[in-house]
Design a protein around this ligand. Structure first.
Ligand code: NAD
Ligand code: TYD
Length: 342
């Protein structure tokens, strides 16, 4: 074990690249080893300019579902903590083909958690989602919390649930020091524009149609990515081994309200809204009760929805080169296939 070295898998993706940036800017640890396969969602641009300029950051390209690569990673980079952010993360893609979700999210997690144990990693942190709890009805006060049984509905959520169970089983069976965090929907800079908020911002900026699934009244509980990253760090430092922590910012929004606000912030009107075919098995509502993490860890969100969404729109407006770069290749074909280029 090397104190101060953190391995961050999926570090070239949306959330973990924000995590790595904050970790380096604020000195959360001495060294960060990013391990990332660079799938369509993983972009070295997300780590610029740190990747060229900061000697505390080491990038290793590799697959968490490749046992030999994971062994080599932990042999050559003894680490104090492993943060597993790597995943296939988009529900729509999991509906079209669940196989990569099972491979990366389930098998990859099992290989990584087992190798972390063998290599004496002090603590393993599994970054998971509130979607493992299933869906809530639209009307009602009920929210997801740590005691609620898992009931995943999409192949993505099922694969993340399987991963969480394997991590918690490693604690129960082997006494491994693990933490699981289950966070609600994130938004912010560097999010790949297949997810609701960056897709709508990109389309609005380009004067393209905004595809609203079904009636647009599905509810998500949005948190700014920096708040999520700070919560993961806080749980890693102050959490109890074998515990799970639900993370959210008390910010439930129907999709159509999010879209209308993006239209206002981009100076577009509602003629861009286009209702399209619903997602099969679409989860109606997610909502998180994060009182455990407030009470036991002392973490609270700091970024308001109003400021967070406005600064996110501004970030996408300024970073058109990033948008162009990440939407080349696979994404272009995917987008044409699913949205007919609208
Ligand atoms: P993302 O799709 O933007 O990034 C995933 C990253 O993982 C990419 O860099 C990709 O290259 C990498 N990756 C994929 N397969 C890999 C493999 N086999 N080996 C190594 N690297 C691989 O995802 P995100 O939105 O940043 O989500 C990060 C994590 O947070 C995921 O585990 C996700 O389930 C979880 N999460 C996401 C949200 C959200 O709203 N986006 C909310 C809660 C939890
Ligand atoms: P998404 O960002 O894919 O996150 P998740 O499904 O994991 O919550 O979608 C957020 C919500 O937005 C969800 O209810 C589906 C909806 N949605 C649309 O209406 N249109 C779109 O083009 C996309 C990508 C999502």
């Amino acid at each position: 074990m090397r104190a101060g070295t953190w391995i961050v898998t999926g570090g070239a993706g949306f959330i973990a690249s924000n995590f790595v940036r904050l970790a380096l800017e604020e000195g959360w640890c001495e060294r960060v080893i990013v391990f990332d396969l660079l799938t369509y969602a993983g972009r070295l641009e997300n780590l610029a300019p740190m990747i060229e300029a900061d000697p505390r950051l080491v990038f290793v390209r590799g697959d968490i579902a490749d046992g030999e690569a994971v062994e080599e990673l932990l042999d050559s980079h003894p680490a104090d903590m492993v943060f597993n952010f790597a995943a296939e993360s988009h529900v729509d893609r999991s509906i079209h083909d669940a196989a990569p979700f099972v491979r990366t999210n389930v098998l990859g997690t099992q290989l990584l958690v087992s190798a972390s144990r063998r290599h004496g990693v002090r603590r393993y942190i599994q970054v998971s989602t509130d979607e493992v709890y299933g869906a809530l009805p639209l009307d009602g006060e009920e929210r997801f919390h740590e005691e609620r049984p898992y009931a995943p509905k999409s192949p993505y959520a099922a694969s993340k649930a399987g991963a969480d169970f394997l991590v918690l089983a490693a604690h129960h069976t082997h006494g491994q020091n693990v933490i699981v965090t289950n966070c609600s929907n994130n938004y912010g800079p560097y999010q790949f524009p297949e997810k609701l908020i960056p897709l709508m911002i990109m389309n609005a900026l380009n004067g393209r149609k905004l595809p609203v699934y079904g009636d647009g009244l599905y509810v998500r509980d949005w948190i700014h990515v920096e708040d999520h990253c700070r919560a993961v760090r806080a749980c890693a430092i102050d959490g109890q081994a074998g515990e799970t922590y639900c993370i959210g910012a008390d910010n439930e929004q129907p999709n159509i309200n999010v879209i209308r606000r993006i239209l206002e912030l981009t100076g577009r009107d509602e003629t861009l809204i286009e209702y399209v075919k619903d997602r099969p098995g679409h989860d109606r509502r997610y909502a998180i009760d994060s009182s455990k993490v407030h009470r036991e860890i002392g973490w609270k969100p700091a970024i308001s929805w109003e400021d967070g969404l406005a600064s996110t729109v501004e970030w996408y407006r300024k970073n058109t080169a990033w948008l162009e770069s990440v939407t080349k290749g696979d994404f272009g074909a995917y987008y044409e296939r699913h949205y007919g280029g609208k």
